[in-house]
Design a protein around this ligand. Structure first.
Ligand code: NAD
Length: 242
């Protein structure tokens, strides 16, 4: 593969060969090759011209104070309903089927791991595919938000809110606990497509107690992952070369 030394690919191949309980921890960079922009890349959402940075728009305060503007941004930038899994999503699903990988822990909300066939997917930040009325709790398909305009409403009058964790909102305890359990039991940790900037999610990787850590990312992540084999490359390209 162009750009990644064969020696590093071989080390990764060897680690995967011996793995029985690998865990993958990923972020928005896993889905850029499916056409969904991340936050911090060159063509990520931070470089695009908005009145506010994406993290402000995707915060609970903004949601409550500028609900209509929130949905405008959300419909345009976060709802990628036609996006398809790329090689990274597909390989992870394959490794789970083959008994090498026990879980995917993702910060993504796009549902592409499940579309690729992964079963054990821990969605730290929720999913665009689940939506509920904030007043009566009724569930709605994503089309309720995608196909409407303005603020989506339930027949009871409540606002229909996506089941995604906004900035300032807590992460789901059960998802966190399961993630920690998988990380503690893991024999290999592969971190990919994440700047490791968003906490508490990024801090989870510290629960991995094993020796073998691989980071596949374009550019070094914000947090220093000690002892990791680092591949500075596109994750879909790396995975398709394995
Ligand atoms: P981030 O934008 O902070 O970082 C993404 C990282 O991935 C960057 O370091 C970038 O260089 C790298 N990257 C981009 N494309 C890559 C590729 N093809 N191969 C390897 N590396 C690649 O994203 P984050 O760390 O996930 O944090 C941002 C937050 O916003 C998270 O909660 C994230 O899930 C959410 N978000 C989700 C989506 C989605 O669901 N697809 C999209 C945008 C943001």
């Amino acid at each position: 593969m162009k750009g990644v030394p064969e020696g590093e690919l071989n080390k990764l191949r060897a680690l995967l060969k011996g793995a029985r309980r690998a865990v993958f921890f990923g972020g928005a960079g896993v889905s850029t090759e499916s056409g969904i922009p991340d936050f911090r890349s060159q063509d990520g959402l931070y470089r695009q011209k908005y009145k506010y940075p994406p993290e402000r728009i995707l915060s609970r305060t903004f949601f409550e104070e500028h609900t209509e503007e929130f949905y405008e941004f959300y419909r345009e930038k976060m709802l990628a309903l036609d996006a398809q899994p790329n090689e990274a999503h597909k390989k992870l699903a394959q490794w789970e089927r083959e008994g090498k990988l026990s879980a995917v822990i993702t910060q993504n909300i796009d549902g592409l791991h499940q579309k690729a066939g992964s079963r054990e997917v821990l969605e730290l930040h929720g999913s665009i595919w689940r939506n509920r009325c904030m007043r009566c709790g009724r569930s709605f398909p994503v089309q309720r938000i995608a196909e409407g305009t303005g603020v989506p409403r339930c027949p009871c009058g409540g606002i229909v809110k996506p089941d995604v964790v906004l900035y300032e909102e807590p992460l789901d305890e059960a998802v966190l606990e399961r993630s920690v359990a998988f990380l503690r039991a893991a024999d290999l940790l592969i971190i990919g497509g994440t700047s490791l900037n968003v906490y508490p999610a990024a801090g989870l990787v510290d629960f991995f107690g094993g020796e073998n850590v691989v980071v596949i990312n374009r550019g070094a992540p914000a947090a220093d992952v000690r002892g990791a084999l680092f591949l500075d490359a596109k994750i879909g390209e790396v995975f398709s070369a394995l």
